[in-house]
Design a protein around this ligand. Structure first.
Ligand SMILES: [Zn+2]
Length: 323
């Protein structure tokens, strides 16, 4: 029996762990049934084993929990990484596409800077929702070989003004100009100590309309502001257009660019429940005649000579003002 007890004692750990073959298992089981000493040993071992298993289970639970937490953390990190990479990428792609569309119109304006003869026409429709007023303007800018004429016509169903039709004649980079108020038959010869009209000043009106794409406000702000525009295609007067639109809760602004000719043709600015401002633009070359930019016969007009000097320190500011 002593010998068999030794064998069983050796086998007990495997027996407890249920690792024995059927026959050996049977042998140990039979011995345990008949040997109290070994059975006590077995029961002691089984208890310890159970405790170990319990501990193991707890440990596994903790491990599983830890793994689950690690998994969630990894998912969050991956999503964060994607946001950090993808968001700037989307912003940059939008900036790139929008800038590309607008730069075609800007290049188009720059081409006119070399033109010696062009006519720029801008119409404007303003609605004041608060005062329930509507106003229309037609402005024409004739330019030929350094000479110019501007024409402004104003109309409003609600307002009567004394001089709805005004004209201005002059030479680029000159400190003299002539203004005519057609309806009053008034003519002002104006002299000043600053230059009234600079080269390509009228074209700057188009550049202003193409802001923020036509101005540099710093690389990062450029990207942020220009990427904020939504691009769509639309039709205006039968012309297919790119429309760049930026909007907020209170307002929106649209820039319409002729898809085929790459010219700016329309801008809209609306402040909801407050005001609406729509402008259309057209420009033609080689249509301005000498007659267009030459002072007409002023017989019958009251002519006034005005000297309009400004303080020297303001000259630079005045000369940089556009219209
Ligand atoms: Zn025994």
């Amino acid at each position: 029996m002593k010998n068999e007890c030794d064998i069983v004692k050796d086998l007990l750990p495997s027996y407890v762990a249920d690792l024995l073959s059927t026959n050996t298992n049977q042998f140990v089981k039979e011995h345990l049934d008949s040997c109290q000493k070994c059975r006590k040993l077995y029961e002691g071992m089984k208890k310890t084993n159970c405790d170990n298993e319990e501990e193991e289970q707890i440990e596994i639970k903790h491990l599983k929990k830890y793994n689950r937490h690690m998994f969630i953390l990894k998912v969050i990190l991956v999503i964060l990484a994607l946001i950090i990479i993808i968001l700037p990428l989307i912003i940059f792609i939008k900036f790139y596409i929008n800038t590309n569309v607008a730069s075609k119109a800007i290049n188009n304006v720059n081409e006119y800077k070399n033109a010696s003869n062009y006519l720029l026409q801008i119409t404007e429709n303003r609605i004041d929702f608060e005062r329930n007023k509507e106003q229309f303007y037609i402005s024409k800018y004739f330019y030929k070989d350094g000479q110019y004429k501007t024409e402004t016509h104003f109309y409003s169903p609600n307002v009567t003004v004394g001089n709805p039709d005004t004209f201005e004649y002059g030479v680029i980079n000159s400190k003299e100009k002539t203004e005519i108020e057609e309806n009053q038959k008034l003519c002002y010869n104006i002299k000043s100590n600053y230059i009234f009209r600079r080269e390509s000043e009228f074209l700057d009106l188009l550049m202003i309309a193409l802001q923020p794409f036509s101005e540099d406000i710093g690389p990062l702000i450029n990207i942020w502001v220009r990427a904020g525009y939504k691009l769509r295609t639309d039709t205006y007067n039968g012309k297919k257009c790119y429309v760049l639109k930026t909007d907020s809760k209170t307002s929106y602004k649209e820039i319409w660019i002729d898809k085929e000719k790459n010219t700016l043709i329309r801008t809209i600015e609306e402040i909801y429940n407050k005001s609406y401002r729509e402008k259309t633009y057209s420009i033609k070359t080689d249509v301005v005649t000498n007659e267009d930019v030459t002072l007409p016969d002023l017989s019958g007009y009251t002519i006034k000579n005005i000297e309009n000097n400004i303080p020297d320190k303001d000259i630079e500011i005045y000369e940089q003002l556009v219209i």
